[in-house]
Design a protein around this ligand. Sequence first.
Ligand SMILES: Cc1ncc(COP(=O)(O)O)c(C=O)c1O
Length: 374
Amino acid sequence: MRQYFPIFDNAVFLNFAGVAPVSIPVRDAVIRWTEIGSKSDFDYNQLISDAKYLYSKLLNGSINGFFFTRNTTSGLQIFIQNFPWRSGDSVVISDCEFPANRLPWLGLKNQGVDVRVLKTKNMKISLEEFISLCDETTKAVSVSFVQYLSGQRIDLMTLGKFCREKNIMLVVDAIQGLGVVPIDVEEAGIDWLSADGHKWLCGPEGAGIGWASQRAMEIVKPKSSGWLAQKNPFNFEQFDCDLALDANMYLDGSINVIGIMALNAAIKMLLDIGIEVIYKKVLSLTDYAINIIKQRDFLLLTPERELDRAGIVTFKSKNDPIIDFETLKRQNIICSLRGGYLRISPHFVNVEGDIDQVFEVIINGLKGRVSDPF
Ligand SMILES: Cc1ncc(COP(=O)(O)O)c(C=O)c1O
């Protein structure tokens, strides 16, 4: 499986929470695009139905609810811009969210919406405190499935149940969870989900997945509709709007064909392996890393309990994190530096030896690495 990713020929890649490297199936899909792009018989509808079929397998959501987005932010913005807000409504978010799921909400203040921001401790969300910010004015809450910095995974089932009982829309930024943690959007009671495909899904940047529940589609109607959002988008002579009844209503114009082809190939690769299989592998790798972090008495930011995390492990060694990060980079060990911590994020292609290499370098410096020619 490691051969799927040519980057491993000369690097140890542990940054799937950043931007995934190009895999062979994705590369082949892009090449295929160049081939069909030079012919005129491209089957647009087939591409769309293939994509929606794959998304429904991945998210267990009804096919009607899927739509294409440019990225996580744009998928969230469709909800934020089109929900029928009234002055006095409130929404609840958290201060530890990646900006994609924070900044777009703040603009609602201009419409008289009370944007309540949970102040987290140690960059982790207490569901109890989050829920306690909701009241009868609350129309929506928004969380990341998995937090980008701490790696905390949210118990969507519990939050979804609460939201259904209180008639609150549950909006989820799923980019750090999709492709690594199994999810059932219907069962979890999610109303709106958005994720770009360039992290754990192993797709390219700029081709995202949106999903809306039936009740969301009944409430969130686009204020300004696109030509592709119509029931018959290819009837170019149609003058008035005749919006699609499914989530195609959220489309604007031409879709990102090359990106969707590449993302389809990536999702197919993951589904062929099986998300459950991937999840178990990733958890065993993150367990492995957490054990070393604890043995060494390093500072672990990620929650220890398996149910509270996914593929991200964030920590600080006893060294300056910037030095650790730079030293690792010089050894072609790719992870990331976030909020003054090191973040490693292994996927199904990684092995325990990759994690060993991280800690060898951190503990012993450059000379510690077995392959070090000096
Ligand atoms: C939780 C989370 N949401 C969103 C994004 C990216 O947002 P977008 O797809 O809009 O660029 C990231 C990227 O780092 C992220 O970690």
